[in-house]
Design a binder for this molecule. Sequence first.
Ligand SMILES: Nc1ncnc2c1ncn2[C@@H]1O[C@H](COP(=O)(O)OP(=O)(O)OP(=O)(O)O)[C@@H](O)[C@H]1O
Ligand SMILES: O=c1[nH]c(=O)c2[nH+]cn([C@@H]3O[C@H](COP(=O)(O)O)[C@@H](O)[C@H]3O)c2[nH]1
Ligand SMILES: NC(=O)CC[C@H](N)C(=O)O
Ligand SMILES: [Mg+2]
Length: 518
Amino acid sequence: MTALPDTVLIVDFGSQVTQLIARRVREAGVYSEIVPFQSAEESFRKLKPKAVILSGSPASTGDIDSPKAPQVIFDSGLPVLGICYGQMTMCVQMGGKAEPSDHREYGRAFLNIEKDCALFKDLWPAGTRHQVWMSHGDRVIQMPPGFEIFAKSPGAPYAVFGNEERRMYGLMFHPEVVHTTDGAQLIANFVHKVAGLKGDWTMAAFRDKAIAEIREKVGDGKVICGLSGGVDSSVAAVLIHEAIGDQLTCIFVDHGLLRLNEAEEVVSMFRDHYNIPLVHVQAEDTFVDALEGEMDPEVKRKTIGRLFIETFEAEAKKLGGADFLAQGTLYPDVIESVSFTGGPSVTIKSHHNVGGLPERMNMQLVEPLRELFKDEVRILGKELGLPESFVGRQPFPGPGLAIRCPGGITRDKLRVLREADAIYLDEIRKAGLYDAIWQAFAVLLPVQTVGVMGDGRTYEFVCALRAVTSVDGMTADFYHFDMEFLGNAATRIINEVKGINRVVYDVTSKPPGTIEWE
Ligand SMILES: Nc1ncnc2c1ncn2[C@@H]1O[C@H](COP(=O)(O)OP(=O)(O)OP(=O)(O)O)[C@@H](O)[C@H]1O
Ligand SMILES: O=c1[nH]c(=O)c2[nH+]cn([C@@H]3O[C@H](COP(=O)(O)O)[C@@H](O)[C@H]3O)c2[nH]1
Ligand SMILES: NC(=O)CC[C@H](N)C(=O)O
Ligand SMILES: [Mg+2]
């Protein structure tokens, strides 16, 4: 058994962006774990962290029963970084005061550095000014004894305070979000310069830890892995195979909601590269019949989640039973569907593999990528030696074309959408744009419009084209094609696909939109 790596404990008070803190710490080469504040004391004793970060929260320190950090953290002598609510609870718990303020601050703010400190070393010297991202209504009004101010902003007189000797700092802004300039570097400074941690944690170390955890959890049990041919499940399958070898069987479900020729391509691509048993299930009738006529996006997603599990269970039975179901679930699937650590964040949509799962299942879940973002999974995939044809693929959601056909689906609509989508992707590949785009796809709108083709009247469907850039799927911008590209793609789609007579381009970012239409 290898020794525990240097660990940063992140206490989650329910912020929407807690996972980004963990990600920034990982980027600084240090291992971190997020734990809900309710069980933070137990985790603190078990994990023996070398530093602690307290997250933001929708709560206010003035609330009755406001969440608190366990006192052992402040008594331990370890370095502590409090972010927003984390700063305020640290302040109050250590004898200072915070209160709701009339001057609420959301978004961009400017920080003036008042005094040098270890946290700002080689980054933000006194007298300089920096853009940061704020999101708070409450503020500190009195520091705990022994603390001093290191930076101010117009709305936050205690924007950064701390006690250098005790290595404790509180920030009113969010260093974990990309809009805070040098925010990642500030978190790196906390772990390296304040806490003195080495930074030798890598994806190779993640891989070893994940393999050890899979072995421990699975024992000599049998595992089936839902394999879509996408990046996440391919990486999960190869990782699990390294851990437990032939205790693993992969199940690829053709639910009739895949792209043109996708089933054949995925099965041959996987069989050519890997010696992992793969079952190809034809389940088009089961899925499409159950969805036909269903209009509500959440019902569609939940139906698909349930049918996936029923299909996996039926296949497991044919194999003589399985104890575990593995999936390539990533962190964005989790945060949009449910709250990560049981904290109070809201559901945006029920991803088929998380919020769409039935309540009772016969198998336990194995989800080794649950804490990672897609770009990290790609790095892990390279670490595991997966070919570029796997790690470079654009994401494709488990519910597939069903959530790209707003309103009810029919077999004929799916055919139309499949053909349009294939032409669009073909044009993108030919233009050499595939790798520059996070995801590109066609959507078939439930709207018919009038057109004129060959001197005749048409009354057919509208196809929307979507393409976005993103780093992690959490936020995205629409891709800025040139008009000639769009014109050509539209012409080909209308000429070649019977059933579409109009094409539009979606210029919505995320937020306010999501990437998929449902
Ligand atoms: N057609 C399918 N057959 C079997 N399992 C599937 C299928 N589609 C999705 N899954 C399961 O659901 C998980 C989540 O789907 P998701 O689309 O997020 O990941 P992915 O397909 O592996 O990767 P990508 O995001 O690159 O498409 C997959 O990792 C896989 O375990
Ligand atoms: O595994 C998945 N199951 C789902 O149910 C699901 N819904 C969306 N997506 C993919 O997740 C990313 C973010 O999608 P949204 O902006 O549409 O929420 C995008 O990459 C989406 O394609 C899914 N992946
Ligand atoms: N982002 C936060 O942590 C916000 C803290 C608190 N809810 C406030 O509004 O001030
Ligand atoms: Mg997929």
